[in-house]
Design a binder for this molecule. Structure first.
Ligand SMILES: N[C@@H](CCC[C@H](N)C(=O)O)C(=O)O
Length: 276
């Protein structure tokens, strides 16, 4: 089968986006792994599959797969690219788009100038929601990664994140987390790991080692998790700019009971076709 796709990115977090509204398309794990391979396939961090909604109140459903073939609940950078994709392809002309994801319903608002604001829903700090094996607590949680003890905040924004505050971001830390924290036995469904440096109450630097992918140029849900963790711990104010390797995201959270709002860009790189 010849598969038509669009290559997109949100701050360098890259995606292959497929229109499964106009024509049904299904992928198995092996196909996704092969397509995601940067030597043998197209190469991407996540595959986004745009489908018709199953709920009549929604405009679309979209499914998200990591490059290792695992299906995930939520993808912040992907949601913005999804909005640009459905508008560019004239699958909708709405600028407020309601979408079903594995995490539940999300709302996307396309702003003048092309930026997209995503209502990411409410975060949860309950370890059971990630899941993370621990008794709920307001303090930081200690976790051993090899010989090193890290102190982290577990956050679910639909997908699981461990947020670790560091004084200075270094390559070493990010490189060692793969098996040590992402696959730690206390995270039975694995975890995305964010290392956050607080620059001021409204500015952070962040690097994220993504579950099922590795370190990416940017992670939207990771930025949301880091900011809400920082607000909860009293380090950050409600509106924060997150500097990621690929650029900046603007995150707003007014506290318990409020949704997280994430604003950032979405770019198309090219269109292509490949035999599946
Ligand atoms: N790149 C994404 C997150 C994608 C999913 C993540 N790797 C997971 O497994 O939960 C983003 O921009 O949020």
């Amino acid at each position: 089968m010849l598969l038509k796709f669009t290559k997109m990115h949100g701050l360098g977090n890259d995606f292959v986006v497929v229109d499964a509204v106009s024509r049904k398309v299904f992928f198995n794990k092996q196909q996704i792994e092969k397509l995601s391979d940067r030597n043998w396939g197209i190469g991407f961090d996540q595959l986004l599959v745009v489908e018709p909604p199953t709920n009549p109140d929604m405009d679309f459903r979209y499914r998200i797969y990591n490059s290792d073939g695992s299906e995930v609940e939520h993808c912040g950078n992907g949601a913005r690219c999804f909005a640009k994709f459905v508008l560019d392809r004239e699958l909708t002309n709405k600028r407020i788009i309601n979408v079903e994801t594995k995490r539940g319903a999300i709302q996307l608002r396309v702003l003048d100038g092309g930026l997209v604001t995503v209502d990411m829903g409410e975060p949860s700090f309950d370890p059971n929601d990630l899941p993370f094996t621990a008794e709920p607590s307001d303090a930081l949680y200690s976790i051993m990664a090899g010989d090193v003890e890290y102190f982290m905040t577990p956050v679910s924004v639909g997908n699981p994140h461990a947020v670790i505050k560091v004084d200075q971001l270094t390559d070493d830390e990010v490189a060692t987390v793969e098996t040590l924290i992402e696959c730690h036995e206390r995270f039975p469904r694995k975890v995305n790991v964010g290392f956050m440096q607080v620059i001021s109450p409204d500015e952070i630097k962040l690097r994220v080692y993504e579950r099922g992918v590795g370190e990416t140029q940017a992670c939207g849900t990771g930025a949301c998790a880091a900011v809400v963790a920082g607000i909860k711990q009293g380090w950050l104010s409600p509106k924060v700019t997150a500097h990621l390797r690929g650029g900046d995201l603007h995150i707003e959270w007014q506290g318990e009971g409020s949704p997280i709002l994430m604003t950032g860009p979405a770019e198309k790189v090219f269109e292509g076709q490949i035999y599946l």
